[in-house]
Design a protein around this ligand. Structure first.
Ligand code: PPY
Length: 488
C-alpha cells in the first residue's frame, strides 16, 4: 500500500500522481488531454483530489481514461492527513439557511424550488445551473413567451374525471412531461441525478440521462425500476466510437451546441471562491480565468457533427433518434426526411444562441410546415418543446399548439437541489395538480381534447415592448443631457 507521503513526492508535471476515492493514479500522460485543461489538474498533483473531482466527474471517468498500469493501488488511509475544511462565514451561513429552508409542504409551485435553490446552493453551482448565454435575453423570453398565449376555455363539459397521462415515444408516462437533461447534478446535491431516477421510477415519469451526468450511466440504470424507461441525451464526442457503447430507449442528439455558449454568470465564478467571496487571482496558477464550469469541460464536443452523420447513428442503433435543439421549419423538415423519430424545439434553456426565439414560438411555424409533409399529428414523428416551463398551464399551451410532450430541465433540477428525491416527487405532484385544475377549467378531460382552438397565440410572435430588458447595457448607459442654462 502506498503512503500519502510517497504520493506527495510525485507532484510535478512530468511525474504526477493523485489520490481519488482512496486510490492512487499516475496521471502524468493524461495531463495534456484533460478536458478541463492541465493547470487545474496540477493544482492537485501529489494530493487527494476527491473533493474537487467528485461533483464534476462520473465515478469511472478516471479509470476509463487511464490504462490499468496507471492505477497504482490504494493509499494507506492512516498516512493521509484529513484536511479539516475551514468553513468561511458565507459557507456557515449557507448551511444554516439549508437547515432552515421552508418545509416541503409549504412549496406551492416550481418557482418556489428555484427560490430555495438560489439561496441554499453553493454559489458556483447556482451560477452554473442558472446561467444562460450573453445578455440572457432568450432565457427570459422562454418564460415570457408562455405569457403571450391566452386560453380560450370551453364550458359545460362534464369534467368530473381528468386524465393527463400520456405516451411519449411509445412509453407510458404519467405526465405529458419528461425530465430534460441537465448536467453535473452532484454540484447541487450529493445524490445528483439519482434523485430524478428514483422519483421518476416511483411516479412513471421518463428521465433523459444527461451526457455529463455526475453519476455514471450504470449507477443511474441500477437506481431505476426494472422496466423504467429512460432516454439519453447525447453530445457527440470527437471520438465517435465512444457513442457506440451506449444503449437506451431513445437517443436525444444535442444539435444546438457545436460550441458552448458564453455563460457569464458561470464564467464570473472563476473570479470568486466556491463560497462566493472574491478570490485573489494567482497569476501563476494558470487556471483559465475566462471559462466557467461548463466551458472548462466542453472540449469533447464535436463541432464537425452534421446532417451527413445521421445515417451513421441510424446504423449503430435501433433506438428512436430525436434531434434536440431544432428552431426552424427548414431543419424540422430535414429531420423528418432524414428518418429521425422526432425533434425538440429547444434553445438549450437560453444557454446557447442568445436572442434565438423560444421553442413555443417556433412550434407554430414548425407544426404548419410538418402538416404539409404527412399526417398530423404524425405518430412516427414527435415534436417536443422545452425551455421556461414552470406551470401545468405552460404545458397545456405547448400541447394545444401541437407539441407531443414537454421537457422540464431546471424545474426538476432545482427541486432536487433543494429537497432531494422528495422535492422531485413534490414537483411531479404540483405539475399534476396544476394540469388537472387547468384541464378542468379549459373543458378538456384528457390530452386528446386539448385543441389548438383552446389557445389564442396571436400575440406570440409580437415582441414589441415585450422583449426582456438588456440589464448590463441599461445599467451603464448614460442618458443624454439637454441644454443647460448658464450658471446652473
Ligand atoms: C450545458 O451546460 O448547457 C450542458 O448542456 C452541459 C455541458 C456542460 C459542459 C460541456 C458540455 C455540455
Amino acid at each position: 500500500m502506498l503512503s500519502a507521503q510517497t504520493v506527495a513526492e510525485h507532484a510535478s508535471q512530468d511525474n504526477c500522481w493523485i489520490i481519488i476515492h482512496g486510490q492512487v493514479y499516475d496521471i502524468t500522460s493524461f495531463i495534456p488531454e484533460h478536458p478541463g485543461g492541465s493547470k487545474i489538474i496540477l493544482k492537485y498533483a501529489g494530493k487527494d483530489a476527491t473533493e474537487a473531482y467528485e461533483p464534476i466527474h462520473p465515478p469511472n471517468t478516471i479509470k476509463d481514461n487511464l490504462t490499468p498500469d496507471k492505477h497504482l493501488g490504494p493509499v494507506d488511509p492512516s498516512t493521509v492527513t484529513k484536511v479539516v475544511k475551514v468553513l468561511s462565514e458565507a459557507e456557515k451561513q449557507r448551511q444554516v439557511l439549508l437547515e432552515n429552508r421552508p418545509p416541503l409542504d409549504e412549496i406551492l409551485n416550481l418557482h418556489d424550488f428555484e427560490a430555495v435553490a438560489k439561496v441554499v446552493l453553493p454559489p458556483t453551482a447556482w451560477a452554473y445551473y442558472s446561467s444562460a448565454s450573453d445578455d440572457e435575453i432568450t432565457i427570459r423570453e422562454n418564460r415570457a413567451a408562455f405569457q403571450r398565449v391566452w386560453f380560450r376555455p370551453r364550458i359545460l363539459v362534464n369534467v368530473s374525471t381528468i386524465d393527463y397521462s400520456s405516451t411519449i415515444l411509445g412509453q407510458r408516462s404519467s405526465l405529458p412531461v419528461y425530465i430534460s437533461a441537465t448536467a453535473l447534478g452532484k454540484l447541487g446535491h450529493p445524490d445528483g441525478e439519482l434523485n430524478l431516477t428514483r422519483a421518476a421510477g416511483k411516479h412513471g415519469v421518463i428521465q433523459m440521462i444527461p451526457t455529463l451526468a455526475s453519476c455514471s450511466f450504470d449507477e443511474i440504470v441500477d437506481a431505476a425500476q426494472p422496466n423504467q424507461p429512460l432516454f439519453l441525451q447525447l453530445y457527440v464526442n470527437r471520438d465517435r466510437e465512444i457513442t457506440k457503447t451506449i444503449r437506451v430507449k431513445a437517443l436525444f442528439i444535442t444539435v444546438d451546441a457545436p460550441q458552448l455558449g458564453r455563460r457569464e454568470k458561470d464564467m464570473r465564478m472563476k473570479f470568486v471562491g466556491s463560497d462566493g467571496t472574491a478570490k485573489v487571482q494567482d497569476g501563476m496558477s494558470g487556471v483559465k480565468k475566462d471559462e466557467g464550469v461548463a466551458r472548462a469541460i466542453s472540449s469533447f464536443i464535436d463541432p464537425s457533427l452534421c446532417w451527413d452523420d445521421i445515417p451513421w447513428f441510424q446504423t449503430i442503433t435501433n433506438m428512436a433518434i430525436i434531434l434536440k435543439g431544432v428552431s426552424t421549419p427548414e431543419d424540422a423538415i430535414l429531420a423528418l426526411e432524414s428518418g429521425c423519430q422526432g425533434i425538440v424545439l429547444s434553445n438549450h434553456g437560453g444557454r446557447q444562441l442568445d436572442t434565438s426565439r423560444s421553442g413555443l414560438e417556433n412550434l407554430i411555424d414548425i407544426v404548419a410546415a410538418l402538416k404539409t409533409r404527412g399526417p398530423w399529428p404524425n405518430p412516427k414523428f414527435s415534436v417536443f418543446v422545452d425551455g421556461g416551463v414552470r406551470r401545468g398551464s405552460d404545458v397545456l399551451k405547448a400541447l394545444a399548439l401541437g407539441a407531443t410532450a414537454v421537457g422540464v430541465g431546471r424545474g426538476f433540477l432545482y427541486a432536487f437541489c433543494s429537497y432531494g428525491e422528495a422535492g422531485v416527487e413534490k414537483a411531479f405532484k404540483i405539475l399534476g395538480d396544476e394540469l388537472e385544475m387547468n384541464m378542468r377549467l379549459l373543458g378538456a378531460r384528457n390530452l386528446k381534447e386539448i385543441k389548438p382552438e383552446m389557445v389564442d397565440a396571436s400575440g406570440l410572435r409580437s415582441h414589441a415592448g415585450l422583449t426582456p430588458t438588456d440589464n448590463l447595457y441599461q445599467s451603464t448607459y448614460q442618458p443624454l443631457r439637454l441644454a443647460e442654462f448658464k450658471g446652473s
